[in-house]
Design a protein around this ligand. Structure first.
Ligand code: PMP
Length: 437
């Protein structure tokens, strides 16, 4: 650690700052498309914070809703009692979900949404008389948060190794196959849907009667913007239907317009049984997550749980007034400004801009869809991820916030982004491709 680092003695999750030793980077204010850094510079936000501030920062309506609610009803207990805001938000959310997913459970984060969704799936299988179905299936290279369920179905082995391997009985779909090593990496590729048949392999291996649910990110975000082959998600749906397996879409990143449409499910026309959300739900102004569940699944669980819904593990802060107020105001902004449609309409421009970077020097793959892009860099021999981190720091110094995960740079700007700002983002990246060794 840097000796002059005033934060050196604190444990904090800001690993990038800690790695940066003596100069922790701090953001002190934000407005619209920009952050302001502690050294007084404007930073163009190419990542919506952390895939979450979809309407841009410090939107006046959201600030006002939070402030007003904080002064009126700071908190109401979750159990037996209620207050109007989450009911209203649940109704608004249900209207945005694919048909039938109109039962809403509120959480405080994406990780909690994932663990809650897995529990609902297991409870529903038991309630249907399918108590042998306890196995949860995820996918390689997926990220589903930091809860115990999430690290278990997640595809990042290192994330669970330190904790003894996660929940027993989980298994993972492949996301590549031999013939086409990177079927997920070619920007909505026309072939590769048959990768979904890997679920059939797991059914044959473990037995249908053991499998409760499959969880996938419709488009894996934080592990590198992995866009599914056309038809892949429908094929997963078909196999799940055939075997009575519950299908969960983790839409913590994709919900609220990232790929156009309120959800990737609605945008790509495949309806899962459960959808998890967080991030954009409140435009990230207050932490909140949600799980949308098909009515039949919800009802079978509620009817089967002795003592009713209260035994089904609400959180102290489920439907917190401030979060619900922020959520309602965020949905107002998304709707009034047509931001989901905007992501769809700007998609072609965005994709062209992303591909203005060329595969060649440093760049091995470019993937873009909606308002999200992944630029995969060639690993430096012996120092994987080092180049992407260097891009992150150099971009920040040059007034642009990007996300570096592994050897991948991800961009996911607020959906209010202007074309000139898109040009600026990829222009700055092109310059870095030339400049960085
Ligand atoms: N699922 C997905 C798909 C995510 O991208 C994330 C966060 N990046 C999570 C779950 C976890 O969300 P949180 O960090 O809010 O717990």
């Amino acid at each position: 650690k840097g000796e002059n680092d005033p934060l050196a003695s604190f444990w904090m999750p800001f690993t990038a700052n800690r790695a940066y030793k003596a100069q922790p980077r701090q953001l002190v204010s934000a407005s619209g498309m920009y952050y302001q850094s502690a050294d007084g510079r404007q930073i163009l936000d190419g990542t919506s914070g952390l895939w979450c501030s979809n309407a841009g920062h410090c939107r006046a309506e959201i600030v006002e809703a939070i402030t007003k609610t904080a002064a009126t009803l700071d908190y109401a207990p979750t159990f037996q009692l209620g207050h109007p805001l989450p009911f209203e938000l649940a109704q608004r959310l249900a209207a945005l979900m694919p048909d039938g997913l109109d039962r809403i459970f509120f959480t405080n984060s994406g990780s909690e949404s994932v663990d809650t969704a897995l529990k609902i799936a297991l409870a529903a299988q038991r309630a249907r008389g399918q108590g042998t179905r306890t196995r949860l299936i995820g996918r390689e290279r997926a990220y589903h948060g930091t809860g115990f369920g999430g690290i278990s179905v997640g595809g990042l082995v290192n994330n669970r190794r330190a904790f003894g391997g996660g929940l027993p009985g989980t298994d993972h779909l492949r996301h590549t196959h031999d013939r086409d090593r990177n079927a997920f990496s070619r920007g909505f590729p026309q072939h590769g849907a048959e990768l979904a048949d890997d679920l059939q392999r797991l059914v044959d291996l473990h037995g249908t009667e053991t499998i409760a649910a499959v969880i996938v990110e419709p488009m894996a975000g934080s592990t590198g913007v992995l866009i599914p082959p056309v038809g892949y998600l429908q094929r997963l749906r078909d196999i799940c239907d055939h075997h009575g397996i519950i299908l969960i879409f983790d839409e913590v990143i994709t919900a609220f317009g990232r790929v156009g449409g309120a959800t990737a499910a609605s945008e790509w026309g495949v309806t899962p049984d459960i959808i998890t959300m967080a991030k954009g739900l409140t435009n990230a102004a207050v932490p909140m997550g949600a799980v949308a569940v098909k009515r039949e699944l919800h009802d079978v669980v509620i009817e089967s749980v002795p003592g009713g819904i209260e035994l089904f593990h609400g959180y102290t802060y489920s439907g917190h007034p401030l979060a619900a107020a922020a959520g309602l105001a965020a949905l107002d902004v998304y709707e009034r400004e047509g931001l989901f449609e905007r992501a769809r309409e700007l998609g072609a421009y965005w994709e062209d801009a992303a591909h203005s970077l060329k595969v060649g020097r440093h760049v091995v793959d470019i993937r873009a869809i909606g308002l999200v892009a992944g630029i995969e860099l060639e690993p430096r021999p012996g120092a994987p991820a080092a180049r992407a981190t260097e891009f992150f720091h150099a971009a920040f110094d040059n007034g642009l916030l990007i996300r570096a995960t592994g050897d991948i740079i991800a961009l996911s700007p607020p959906l209010i982004v202007e074309k000139a700002q898109i040009d600026e983002m990829f222009g700055k990246l092109a310059e870095l491709v030339e400049r960085i060794d």
